[in-house]
Design a protein around this ligand. Structure first.
Ligand code: DI6
Ligand code: FE
Length: 390
């Protein structure tokens, strides 16, 4: 996954030295000089990749929405369900009613499933609380999930996910709450690494998101955006102007949006799971994104409404089959470009000085990682140089 290297940056017959939590040397096995006192591990010729990174999930919530899934299969649309009291608000009700122990336990179970496929970093958004107390509780649970040497959790504040029912005829009031109370509280407690918003007809306008993002930036928090999923609202260009780390979904992304993202170095995070579950037909403009040199990442977008999937390898497969990524682009999207989407430059590739976050696979070629659905060829994971139980 090194920049400018051969396909995948693949090195046959390679060796690696790990010192503490870092990669200290990478080269050919023939050049490797054993040092006394070092432990030597033979991985049996297996493929080693950077640990996988899921850069967009909504993992902390209560309940599920299988009932809505059945309704959609019977013909209801995502928008109809959302405007008739279901959707994000139904998960909000369940989440507000759940205590911290239940939230922690159900999300830890989901996280375990994701981690089994070689994940070493995961991003988790809030956004199913939509009041100050519950949003903070969700972020604290996300922080708790990261309080283990086994995985790094990056937390994102998504209070601007939907307008909660108590503010349905007072949008301005909810925006004030977001900007004047929630954002400063999240920043003061150090509960988020970034701020996200849902910029869509169903949720927030570009102008509303701009106001939220300007406050976030003033508080020193980077921003990223759910943009252009069902319509082109110009959100991606607005977010890129504010230096957004990523814009996510992007089915309706315009040439102007791509240009703004390219200029700002904003990552395009694809969410093929939501496209698949919602039977969308308009694909993100992958060829133009590629042509403009905008880095692409691939995520599960795990959430109970539009993408209840718990497999990043499956998202990689869908990005290839549904959106036309190459298997190499899919793997870059789940490693080095996913790290970029999170503003992290210390991981995502196998290079001297980077974190020793590694996945070891029972495959012959990295093309196999996005190939067989329902197959998890992960053999072992190293997080910060330490082997982790699968
Ligand atoms: N990501 C989101 O945040 C929304 N859709 C998406 O792809 C809403 C998720 C939900 O319906 O709960
Ligand atoms: Fe999402």
């Amino acid at each position: 996954m090194r920049e400018g290297a051969a396909p995948y940056g693949l090195m046959p017959n390679a060796a690696m030295r790990i010192v503490n939590d870092r990669i200290a040397w990478v080269g050919s096995a023939a050049e490797h000089e054993a040092r006394s006192g070092e432990e030597r591990l033979d991985l049996g010729g297996r493929l080693v990749t950077p640990g996988l990174i899921d850069c967009h999930t909504h993992l902390v919530y209560a309940g599920n929405r299988a009932n809505e899934w059945a309704m959609r299969l019977a013909g209801a649309t995502y928008e109809e369900i959302a405007t008739s009291g279901g959707g994000i608000v139904s998960t909000m009700d369940a989440t507000r009613a759940a205590d911290d122990g239940e939230l922690l336990e159900t999300s830890a179970t989901r996280l375990r499933k994701l981690m089994a496929e070689g994940l070493t970093t995961v991003e988790i958004k809030s956004g199913y609380g939509l009041d100050l107390d519950t949003e903070l509780r969700i972020l604290r649970v996300a922080r708790m999930l990261g309080r283990t040497p086994e995985i790094d959790v990056i937390a994102t504040f998504l209070g601007a996910h939907a307008v909660p029912p108590e503010y349905s005829d007072n949008r301005a009031g909810y925006l004030r709450l977001l900007i004047e109370e929630m954002l400063p509280a999240v920043a003061a407690e150090g509960l988020a690494d970034a701020v996200d918003a849902y910029c869509e007809g169903l949720a927030f306008t570009t102008a509303e998101v701009r106001a939220i993002f300007e406050r976030a930036r003033a508080l020193g928090l980077p921003v990223r955006l759910h943009a252009e999923q069902f319509s082109d609202s110009g959100g991606a260009a607005m977010a890129a102007e504010l230096g957004a780390l990523s814009c996510d979904h992007l089915e309706y992304l315009s040439p102007e949006g791509i240009e703004a993202m390219a200029a700002a170095g904003t990552v395009a995070v694809l969410a093929p799971g939501a496209y698949y579950y919602l039977h969308e037909t308009r694909k993100p403009p992958v060829e133009a994104i590629r042509a403009e040199g905008v880095p692409m990442a691939v995520s599960t977008d795990h959430n109970p409404g539009s993408s209840p999937m718990l497999s990043l390898l499956t998202a990689m497969n869908m990005a290839c089959v549904l959106f036309g990524l190459t298997p190499e682009e899919a793997l870059r999207g789940a490693t080095v470009n996913a790290a970029l989407a999170l503003g992290l430059t210390d991981r995502g590739s196998i290079e001297t000085g980077k974190l020793a976050d590694l996945a070891v696979w029972n495959v012959q070629s990295p093309d196999e990682l996005s190939y067989a659905l329902g197959n998890n060829p992960c053999h072992r994971v190293y997080k910060n140089g330490i082997p982790r139980e699968l």
